[in-house]
Design a protein around this ligand. Sequence first.
Ligand code: AMP
Length: 296
Amino acid sequence: MKVIRTIEELRAEIRNRRSKEASPVGLVPTMGYLHEGHASLMQRAREMTGTVVLSIFVNPIQFGPGEDFETYPRDEERDLAVAESNGVDIVFIPDVSEMYPQPTKTKVAVSELTSLLCGASRPGHFDGVTTVVNKLFNIVKPDFAFFGMKDAQQVAVIEQMVRDLNIDVEIVPCPIVREADGLALSSRNVYLKPEEREQALVLSKSLQTALEQLENGSVTTAGEVRTLLNNIISEAPIADIDYAEVLTFPELKPIDNETKVSDTGSAVILALAVRFGRTRLIDNVLFQLKEGISHV
Ligand code: AMP
């Protein structure tokens, strides 16, 4: 496994590998502090491509003022061990000064899809994401890029950007990896105090209960689902709900309260963002409701 810190060296290495073998190049963009969720992306990339590039970069321009850019957890040594054990070929770990030698005057911004959910509570966040992902695509020129459905809105936004700008890459969405008790893995879970960690289980519990009740018909409309999600999350006294939404996916159109979820005829996402103390967690479930639930 090669550890590369400069764009020039990375480009040379990828050119070299492409000249020797025709197999596709896969990119797994991350901010590091790697866990099993990231590992699942690396494993998928390993299965589908001949060269797996993992990028680790805590991207300053996707953090807002007062967010956790400075304190975001970092552990390079451990990350390299995780990458190696998951078959990564190249780890790209640039400094901020390598990616942004001067403040960028160019940003890539996707409209509409970024104005709600996390885009509403984190203004500018998705512009930072699409800009850095675009830079990584231009640097690596991957055939496939792997993203977790944990960040479902990010997947929708990046797929839109790829279509709109004719970027020659296939986006591969990968399922959410969870702890045994249901909590979705996240680098930010280390921030959680024991009591917050315990109460954070209402996220997956509310999603699971909503799915079950949609399936058995005890709730049918989007309004009933919103109420159910809010009620279950509110069982955790410290949970501070940012949003608990019911939308079509990947269009991210909120479904009217009166509309039956089964009448939308498209894939539906239940998406949550909830603060536990200083830590904001997100979770979601994506499904198609026709005759019963099918996961998509
Ligand atoms: P991050 O380092 O948090 O920016 O995440 C890098 C990539 O890993 C993103 O595509 C995330 O969606 C994905 N990811 C993070 N957590 C999970 C998880 N629990 N399951 C699957 N993918 C994840």
